[in-house]
Design a protein around this ligand. Sequence first.
Ligand SMILES: Cc1ncc(COP(=O)(O)O)c(C=O)c1O
Length: 284
Amino acid sequence: MTSPIAHFNGQLVPLDQVHISPLDRGFLFGDGVYEVIPAYGGKLLRAHEHFARLQRSMDEIGLSNPYTAEGWVDAVKALLAHHAGDQAVYIQVTRGVPPKRDHVIPKGLAPTVFMMSSPMVNPSREMIDKGVACVSASDFRWHKCHIKSVSLLGNVLARQISADAGATETVLFRDGYLTEAAASNVFVVKDGVVYAAPQDNHILLGITYELLAELAAGGHVQFQIRPVAETLVRVADEIWLSSSTKEVIAVTTLDGKPVGAGVPGPVFKRMHALFQDYKAKLAA
Ligand SMILES: Cc1ncc(COP(=O)(O)O)c(C=O)c1O
């Protein structure tokens, strides 16, 4: 099988011909940031918001952006020209390759830019109709979860807890409050109102989270952003996960106990329909 085309430092090259230095700070320290952008029918979903978040992540770690937002869009389009069907575009920018390993950030390094694209895998019909199982854990990650950092060990270990339990995600609680899940944002519905965790340093503010908030406002679904106590999560009528690949899916069991009626609820169904409408209009 031929290797898919990837982007490496301004060039389009077969993925298996990308060679990254062992001194790259992304490899040595996880010193870099990333994005994942869905492309439906060749159109990027919320490109502006994804590149704005990439910029915020870079600003947070003091990394200078090698491209303008337009430059990024052009580079992604050039990559997508080599990929048919709905895609998930992965973008990674690391601090680059210093002459030696040193924690201290060297000045003037050229960032390493890597992009690849893979067929988009959205949730199956069964996952949408039946919902998914999740487990919970204490949020043992750092206090800069708002940076979309490639230092994902905390998220990897959190996600593995659910993988080992045969579940889809690990819902995380910090000091008695919901933060997010290992690779998704989490929403709770009680008495018809959707509750979302504050947009602070303890969560990654999902592009899908913001889109759901917008769709809720347009679709007259009550949506409140505020600290969400674990006690509320435990008695929720509905729980959902969101991410660029999962879109929005219902959690029907948490730690083996049914959430609400144990089936995807009415507010989820409304939100899922609003999301699918939005997506259909984008690809049209
Ligand atoms: C920790 C975490 N939170 C939230 C999200 C959802 O973000 P988005 O909707 O932008 O995909 C992700 C996505 O990968 C994530 O890794």
